[in-house]
Design a protein around this ligand. Structure first.
Ligand SMILES: *[C@@H]1O[C@H](CO)[C@@H](O)[C@H](O)[C@H]1NC(C)=O
Ligand SMILES: *[C@@H]1O[C@H](CO)[C@@H](O)[C@H](O)[C@H]1NC(C)=O
Length: 498
């Protein structure tokens, strides 16, 4: 098995990728300003109301507290004509991050804001928007269709293609970020500039949400936003009202996720019958304590690169790779893994990348011409780079605990059929986590939650932390269960109760 494949397996992220790593596109030197689809209207730097923006020209936003950052933004009719929608770039010197902003379908003037990111690392939030929870979904060759259960039903929805290199984001001279910490700084600065310019959203509740590798991103991003408030206040700006984080099928603690691979493959606890034969299960069971101990010692308590790599290799081979031989979709054990050139096992995701490669669609979005002509939902270079930097082996639970202590609520929701970032592993770390509400949380039972009188999954809540499972859903909960996922999202945001 090649090192690359091992790393990716160890990430418990995107399996069977060797063949889908396509040509990397050289992002050349930024082109002449005149060749941009959309020029910049630099006279309008004082725009404070989003609706004043143009559809054809970007307006540029700056703030003296963030001299290295600026934002280009324009209106668009893309995806949802029932609301105001905006796209643009956050420019951080030579790095340029693309974003989408869809206003709420209910009351944009009062509704909270959801920031959404996909995982990967290297996965574009276009996957989340157009396959799962955005205002339109692109699930077949017919193109975008209005999505009634979109998460902008009762909230303003913001998605950023990050880290740089993902999706329509680009760098002038091949710059990239090497860690989630660096990505967090860019995102926090963007949010500060955004709220500072658009007064109508200032002080509004912000919920930072994401899936999969966002179990690493979101706790770090939210911590950065929270800590940044000290600086904002000192410089006379309004603090960002970070209200909650929401993580779906997250990878937040590799040391508890690996052992859960045994349970998912060899017991009934997954809700399904064992999928491996007895001899494989016995071998796996024997590897569990060794894997746990080795990761804890070499990756978590103290990062020793060589030893940590070896530990990950051992755990992946012993506990994760047996799933490959089954041909099952590791993101949904009730399905077969389909051949895909985009998100592994989901062939339909090629419709999204094809649509976002159409020149007129890019024109409408204001996509920079220096981005590759074929849109790709996964930046494999980024995936490899962060993997090689051991970005994935840390535990983000200390960040989650620290956010809880500061009254930032935390929702951990998990589709029950997912293997890769499954509910067993996620439940385990929520129970193990040390924080002042821990005892209260551990005392609670897992109870049923319902939608329209029908069981939707299980829930355990206390002191601002909720752990929720979603029945009949895999890794991408809003794709599999759009109605239940929207209900969960709205109850969490507005009723604070599942
Ligand atoms: C922050 O947002 C929450 C949720 O919308 C809201 O209840 C609260 O009043 C807001 N806080 C401030 C200081 O505006
Ligand atoms: C872009 O996609 C088209 C059709 O899917 C393919 O024929 C072409 O080779 C691709 N171009 C690049 C640069 O990958």
């Amino acid at each position: 098995m090649s090192v690359k494949k091992l790393t990716l397996l160890a990430l418990s992220l995107l399996l069977s990728v060797e063949t889908s790593v396509t040509a990397t596109h050289h992002r050349g030197i930024v082109q002449d300003q005149a060749t941009f689809n959309h020029g910049v209207d630099s006279t309008s730097t004082r725009i404070e109301d989003l609706s004043q923006l143009s559809e054809n020209l970007f307006s540029e936003l700056k703030h003296p507290s963030f001299p290295r950052h600026s934002v280009r933004i324009k209106k668009t009719r893309f995806c949802d004509e029932t609301v105001k929608a905006y796209t643009g770039y956050i420019d951080i010197e030579a790095r340029h991050l693309f974003f989408y902003f869809f206003e709420s379908r209910s009351n944009p003037e009062a509704d909270d804001i959801i920031y959404w990111t996909n995982g990967g690392p290297g996965c574009s939030p276009a996957a989340g928007l157009f396959m799962e929870l955005g205002p339109c979904r692109i699930l077949d060759a017919a193109g975008p269709k209005f999505h009634p259960e979109s998460w902008n039903s009762k909230a303003n929805l913001l998605a950023v293609e990050q880290p740089v290199g993902v999706g329509f984001s680009y760098a002038d001279y091949g710059e990239h970020v090497d860690s989630s910490e660096e990505a967090a700084k860019d995102l926090a600065a963007f949010l500060a500039i955004f709220f500072e310019h658009f007064k109508q959203f200032r002080g509004r509740g912000l919920h930072m949400a994401g899936e999969s590798y966002a179990g690493i991103y979101i706790p770090l991003f939210a911590a950065e936003v929270y800590d940044q408030n000290t600086k904002l206040i000192k410089e006379g700006m309004s603090p960002i009202n970070l209200t909650s984080i929401m993580i779906g099928n997250g990878l937040s603690d590799a040391a508890t996720m690996f052992p859960s691979y045994y349970d998912m493959q060899c017991t009934f606890v997954s809700g399904m019958k064992p999928i491996q034969d007895i001899s494989t299960c016995v071998r796996m069971k024997q590897a569990v304590p060794r894997c746990k101990k080795w990761i804890r010692e070499s990756c978590v308590e103290q990062l020793d690169r060589m030893n940590c790599q070896a530990a990950l290799g051992f755990c992946a081979t012993a506990l994760e790779s047996p799933i490959e031989k089954t041909g099952l979709n590791p993101y949904d054990l009730t399905r077969k893994c389909g051949e895909s050139d985009q998100i592994p096992c989901y062939p339909l995701t090629s419709h999204i990348s094809r649509y976002l490669s159409i020149p007129s669609v890019r024109e409408q979005l204001g996509v920079d011409p220096s981005t590759p002509t074929n849109f790709s939902l996964v930046d494999w270079d980024m995936n490899t780079r962060l993997g090689n930097n051991m970005d994935h082996v840390r535990s983000t639970t200390p960040y989650i605990a620290a956010l809880l202590e500061r009254r930032v609520r935390v929702l951990i929701y998990v589709g029950e059929q997912d293997f890769s970032c499954n509910w067993i592993g996620n439940e385990q770390w929520t129970l193990d986590m040390e924080w002042s509400g821990g005892n209260e949380f551990r005392k609670q039972d897992l109870e049923t939650w319902n939608v329209d009188g029908k069981k939707a999954g299980k829930v355990r809540s206390a002191m601002g932390l909720s752990f929720v499972t979603v029945e009949g859903a895999g890794h991408m909960v809003p794709y599999d269960k759009p109605k239940q996922s929207l209900e969960l999202c709205n109850r969490w945001i507005y009723e604070r109760n599942i």
